[in-house]
Design a protein around this ligand. Structure first.
Ligand code: T4K
Length: 373
């Protein structure tokens, strides 16, 4: 089969029509307000509350600092239970706050934290759970909330991948103490870079605002040691324009996901995830597990061979966080066997709304042709 003429990358940032963005940023020339909670920031904030179906939210310059601020403002201490099958950000945010990440294994059904293994990891030092709705798949939220209530733990959901996801019509940011959404360029919805904390308890807003702005509370008062994590007006403008297109983007992604499922169906050794009942998915990623004994090639061979066809899939998330150079001396990967299993087999195929369905079909045919006959 012939290679693709143009490279196909794992994703492609959504960009709105440039004139719409220009029109939005013209307002910045009128207000002369570039950052520090300007009018576009406020407008985006209130529109995101509606779109995400959450009671309260606070905007940030990126998702990582939003997570960092959530950890600080919730006063977490000691140990925090999380998963190693995630992006570096989740664990680094815990570690950089002087806390100890404790890795819980994942389940093999949708790669989120295995709720049956959490309680065994709770000690007198545990203050919180930071589960990850990885690839856009919701964790077992009810069970996590039950465990947290029983042991008096805080819950911060790393919701970086689940912008727009709903469960039975409820915004996924409505659960736990707080949820962090990433609005990075590679996400379903972007504000170039950006982050959102969503939460029910409006009293939390004060701490989030405090830590994202150097701990400043007034022109002559600084109440806490904070950082600078403010979203600027150019980011907010991009968010406002992109919000007009996000539903269409998700619809297009749904078509891409369904095309993959159709094209990959029945290939031995290739496994992909179904939609979960009651969930409005956002199709943030299209992860596939490759089983060498059935497919004939392992994940790494498939990944490298696809490059020859001009397809640049990615191994999200390999290596696992507990295999990183900076963590591996402190943890045993054998403690999280399902995460190891998935991390060694997973490949995320190209996924974005603008990916033509004919290309998806051809890519599936290429994968089929590479497998065992
Ligand atoms: N928690 C989780 C679970 C996360 O996955 C992330 C971020 C965070 C927390 C932290 O949120 P942020 O602080 O980032 O808001 C990317 C993203 O940078 C990162 O946001 C994301 N997760 C992670 C999973 O992926 P890289 O290093 O793999 O991205 P990069 O630069 O290789 O880009 C991937 C592809 O995206 C490129 O091949 C092409 C496309 N792309 C990329 C950029 C930057 C574009 O089309 N346009 C662009 O501007 O980390």
């Amino acid at each position: 089969m012939e290679k693709f003429k143009e490279p196909i990358l794992v994703t492609k940032s959504f960009l709105p029509p440039i004139d719409e963005y220009k029109k939005e940023i013209e307002k910045i020339w009128e207000t002369n307000w570039l950052t520090n909670q300007g009018p576009l920031h406020h407008e985006l904030n209130s529109k995101l509350n509606d779109y995400l179906k959450v009671k309260n939210s606070t905007l940030f310059v990126n998702g990582h600092l939003a997570l960092d601020v959530a950890i600080k403002a919730l006063n977490l201490t000691g140990e925090v239970i999380t998963t190693p099958f995630t992006f570096a950000s989740t664990t680094h945010a815990i570690k950089m706050n002087g806390l100890k990440p404790v890795f819980c294994d994942i389940n093999l059904d949708n790669f989120t934290i295995d709720v049956n293994k959490i309680e065994a990891l709770i000690t007198s030092e545990t203050s919180a759970i930071i589960p990850v709705h990885v690839f856009g798949n919701p964790c077992d939220i009810a069970k996590i909330e039950e465990i947290a209530a029983k042991h008096n733990l805080k819950v911060i959901f790393d919701a970086a991948h689940v912008f727009g996801v709903q469960i039975d019509g409820v915004g996924i940011g409505s659960f736990g103490d707080v949820s962090m959404f990433s609005l990075h360029a590679t996400k379903v919805f972007n504000s170039i870079e950006g982050g959102v904390l969503a939460y029910n308890n409006k009293d939390l807003a004060k701490g989030f605002d405090l830590y994202k702005n150097f701990g400043i509370t007034g022109p002559e008062t600084v109440e806490a040691v904070g950082l600078n994590a403010k979203m600027n007006e150019f980011q907010a403008a991009m968010g406002l324009v992109n919000l007009r297109y996000v539903e269409k983007e998700i619809e297009n992604r749904r078509a891409v996901a369904n095309k993959y499922r159709e094209g990959l169906r029945g290939i031995k050794g290739i496994r992909y995830l179904p939609d979960a009942p009651g969930v409005k998915h956002n199709y943030a990623y299209f992860p596939v597990l490759v089983e060498k004994t059935e497919f004939g090639m392992d994940r790494d061979e498939l990944h490298d061979t696809l490059k020859e066809y001009n397809v640049f899939a990615r191994k999200y998330f390999h290596p696992l966080v507990n295999e990183f150079e900076c963590y591996r001396d402190q943890y045993r990967v054998s403690d999280t066997p399902n995460a190891k299993f998935v991390g060694d087999r997973v490949i995320t195929l190209p996924m974005y709304g603008g990916l033509e369905l004919e290309k998806v079909e051809k890519l599936c045919n290429i994968i089929r042709s590479l497998g065992c006959k």
